[in-house]
Design a protein around this ligand. Structure first.
Ligand code: HEC
Length: 148
């Protein structure tokens, strides 16, 4: 039953993004600013990462992604070394890089990664995650950011 609800929610999120891509873009932009008005305080980071690690499992991210840098996941790019890759694409700006991750995780069709549609992942794309709230997104991003 829960699986059916998740699939319906994903389908609804996709349909919504297709009907009005600008609305989806604006919603993701706003979410990124709410999740990251500024970088987290150093003292808060360990707790954020720990919570993010739990979400990464409960949200089935690890079904497709590995957390190591060497090993590819079943369907998506490895999450290890992600911060370095994202920083490169954002001119070394740690805040903008994190905001991009929030947008990508929430709405990957509107904010695709450079891997989207490539042969490397057999044309697979990230499923959208409209149900994640800014607090959870911030925690997941801090966890991913910490993976060597
Ligand atoms: C059904 C498989 C699948 C699931 C589940 C999934 N992803 Fe992905 N993910 C992908 C694929 C495929 C890509 C590469 C293509 C793209 O960007 O759409 C990707 C790309 C990414 C990227 C960009 C990597 C980079 O190098 O820029 C991040 C970050 C990411 N996923 C995080 C997550 C998180 C967090 C979750 C859980 C909330 C998640 N993914 C769930 C398949 C998945």
């Amino acid at each position: 039953m829960r699986k059916v609800a998740v699939i319906l929610a994903l389908a609804a999120a996709c349909a919504c993004a297709e009907r009005n891509p600008n609305a989806a873009r604006d919603a993701a932009e706003r979410m990124a600013l709410r999740a990251y008005p500024e970088l987290p305080a150093v003292a808060d980071v360990p707790a954020l990462r720990e919570a993010g690690r739990t979400h990464f499992r409960s949200q089935a991210c690890e079904m497709c992604h590995s957390t190591s840098a060497e090993r590819k996941g079943l369907a998506g790019p490895p999450m290890g070394g992600l911060a370095v890759r994202v920083l490169e694409r954002h001119g070394g700006d740690a805040l903008e890089g994190r905001r991009w991750l929030v947008k990508h995780i929430r709405d990957p069709h509107v904010f695709p990664s450079p891997h989207a549609g490539t042969a490397e992942y057999r044309g697979a794309a990230m499923p959208p995650n409209g149900r994640l709230q800014e607090k959870q997104l911030r925690e997941i991003v801090e966890y991913l950011w910490s993976l060597p």
